[in-house]
Ligand binder design. Sequence first.
Ligand SMILES: Nc1nc2c(ncn2[C@@H]2O[C@H](COP(=O)(O)OP(=O)(O)OP(=O)(O)O)[C@@H](O)[C@H]2O)c(=O)[nH]1
Ligand SMILES: [Mg+2]
Length: 223
Amino acid sequence: MTGTPGAATTGDGEAPERSPPCSPNYDLTGKVMLLGDSGVGKTCFLIQFKDGAFLSGTFIATVGIDFRNKVVTVDGARVKLQIWDTAGQERFRSVTHAYYRDAQALLLLYDITNKSSFDNIRAWLTEIHEYAQRDVVVMLLGNKADVSSERVIRSEDGETLAREYGVPFMETSAKTGMNVELAFLAIAKELKYRAGRQPDEPSFQIRDYVESQKKRPSCCSFV
Ligand SMILES: Nc1nc2c(ncn2[C@@H]2O[C@H](COP(=O)(O)OP(=O)(O)OP(=O)(O)O)[C@@H](O)[C@H]2O)c(=O)[nH]1
Ligand SMILES: [Mg+2]
């Protein structure tokens, strides 16, 4: 997925800000951004969610920013997620900063086989604090959990960091699909809950939901 630096490409051939049609096939919308260092798997994560496929082979770094739409149904509500895939490379940072402000949710990825991508998470959280809305939903994801033989970041380290920042955490695989849909469903549930809680509806805690639903890698190599 590539585009021109500084310009959003039209992911599905749909204009991002287009007014809803007369009978929209969704009840509410939410903007989600994928963030994290280059190569952690953001584009693959989005393609796995959107198309159920994994882009193996040569790594093609995203240029600028791009988006895809997908409607998910949670608790009887159709939530249209507009998902922005950002370039992790430093040179595109100023482009992506401009998009933070509109996002309701941010999926922040690191690669469990790449220590620097994990070490940079604090810097990403500082950027989020600076550029995003104060009440933005943030989720920390340790991607490439299928590559257990090359693991350098323990699951516990991801959990500890997420707890420190008070955000939900899980390990994922854009290759096998592990926890990919769950990440977006949890966001959609949170957005639906925020949009208007019904009187008899129990409160929704995204961290508890993720903890109760997430799958753990079947095989772990401890480092
Ligand atoms: N084994 C495995 N490989 C993955 C996974 N996710 C991504 N990859 C591989 O990692 C490389 C980078 O993936 P991308 O999705 O392009 O990375 P990105 O975060 O979008 O990178 P930028 O666009 O530069 O920010 C590719 O070669 C993918 O095939 C995963 O979950 N498991
Ligand atoms: Mg990419």
